[in-house]
Write a protein that binds this ligand. Structure first.
Ligand SMILES: *Cc1c(COP(=O)(O)O)cnc(C)c1O
Length: 397
């Protein structure tokens, strides 16, 4: 059993704030500043260039990758850190497409995050081999997995509604049709009990600044199934994915297994902050997180629906069918969210009219949920959002 009051005490949450936006940017682990200070002063400051060996910086991307592996049900030694999620999507998709040269369709859904679709579009243009990005409604993915499909590119949780795809079932269907799968775990790593190995996923990618609390711009991760790890050709063939980076050969030879998915110099400082966050993850496991998350999202969805009839639930009612977020549709959702933020309830807004709230058992408990519900009730029932200053849009929503 996880003691969530202990994990909550590990985070800095500003006084009076109920933070329901950990699905966009997780809060600061209290240990992170000291950890970064130590890496800066004791390692960068004192060791300088020798830190690559002495402090183990060079092995950090796979060492940290193994800690992520535990949280996404991956085999040890098959996850590596680096770059941003958009880059990792590109890498996974490029390798997967090359493994199905006779097929030309990339299947995705309209609930996918735009960056994933943009990266696919860009890759298709660069390849110039007549690939097609086929985007269907989320509920139509399964029916569209045909023998034309080379690769499915699916984000497990819809960033707007929180609707959850069945990774195991879709992967099985894809394999039966001869297709490969690239799973984006942006909204599930650290949020649901992801099991990439059990589901048979071919590739998986994700970021670490959302539910995993690694900090703004924290590095992304990529998983390649063991059966593909020495076969997949890396499209971004940087020197640190080379078999022998310090041989400085003229031509590229891919490194062993997951090492080949490295590109350039690892973000050592950013990885140090992420490691502080992962220390908190060592206090729990994903089964406990998922169980608590379902409790919290159900409590929130039921209470808000009951008290605020002007809000329409956009997330699935069944907790099994959604990730760790609850969304509501409201025409003046932007202004309503600004009114909530002004009162310390932090969620976010996704155009055109989604109010989104993320729940993270690591630092959100039932008492927080009920306080947030009270404030939402006050704002909605009293129309406290109906002010010009709440309606003026900022650059980042
Ligand atoms: C958050 C998110 C991204 C963001 O990509 P970055 O390269 O890290 O900015 C991409 N895809 C999905 C599905 C996301 O949820």
């Amino acid at each position: 059993m996880t003691d969530f009051s202990k994990t909550k005490a590990q985070f800095h949450i500003p006084e009076g704030m109920i933070y329901l936006d950990g699905n966009s940017l997780g809060p600061l682990p209290k240990a992170a500043p000291a950890k970064m200070q130590a890496v800066m002063q004791d390692e960068w400051g004192e060791m300088l260039i020798t830190g690559w060996n002495k402090a183990g910086w060079m092995a950090q991307p796979t060492r940290v990758g193994d800690r992520i592996a535990r949280l996404i049900g991956a085999e040890e030694g098959h996850v590596v850190m680096g770059d941003t999620l958009s880059i990792k999507v590109y890498q996974a998709l490029a390798s997967a497409l090359e493994m199905r040269p006779e097929r030309k369709v990339i299947l995705s859904d309209s609930g996918n995050f735009p960056s994933d679709l943009y990266m696919a579009e860009g890759l298709i243009k660069s390849l110039g081999q007549g690939h097609e990005l086929r985007v269907v409604a989320p509920e139509e993915v399964e029916a569209n997995i045909t023998e034309e499909v080379a690769v499915t590119l699916i984000t497990e949780v819809d960033y707007r509604t929180g609707r959850l795809h069945d990774m195991a079932a879709l992967t099985e269907k894809a394999h039966a049709a001869g297709a490969l799968t690239v799973w984006d775990l942006a909204h599930t790593a650290g949020a649901t009990d992801v099991r990439v190995a059990e589901a048979g996923a071919d590739f998986a990618v994700g970021c670490t600044y959302k539910y995993l609390n690694g900090g703004p711009g924290a590095p992304a991760f990529i998983y390649v199934a063991p059966r593909h790890a020495d076969v997949a050709r890396p499209a971004l063939s940087g020197w640190l994915g080379h078999e022998a980076p310090f041989a400085f050969d003229q031509s590229y030879r891919p490194g062993a297994g997951i090492e080949r998915m490295r590109v350039g110099t690892p973000p050592v400082l950013a990885l140090a902050a992420l490691e502080a966050a992962l220390d908190i993850w060592d206090m729990t496991d994903m089964a406990a997180i998922r169980a608590k998350s379902k409790e919290l999202t159900t409590l929130f969805a039921e209470e808000v629906s009951r008290r605020c009839p002007m809000l329409t639930l956009a997330s699935p009612e069944d907790p099994e069918a959604r990730g760790s977020q609850v969304s509501f549709i409201f025409e003046e959702g932007y202004a309503a969210m600004q009114a909530l933020i002004a009162r310390g309830v932090i969620g976010d807004f996704r155009a055109p009219e989604i109010m989104r709230f993320g729940f993270t058992p690591l630092y959100i408990d039932a008492a927080d949920v009920m306080r947030a519900v009270e404030i939402i009730d006050e704002v909605m029932t009293g129309k406290l959002w109906d002010r010009e200053d709440y309606k003026a849009r900022a650059a980042v929503t």
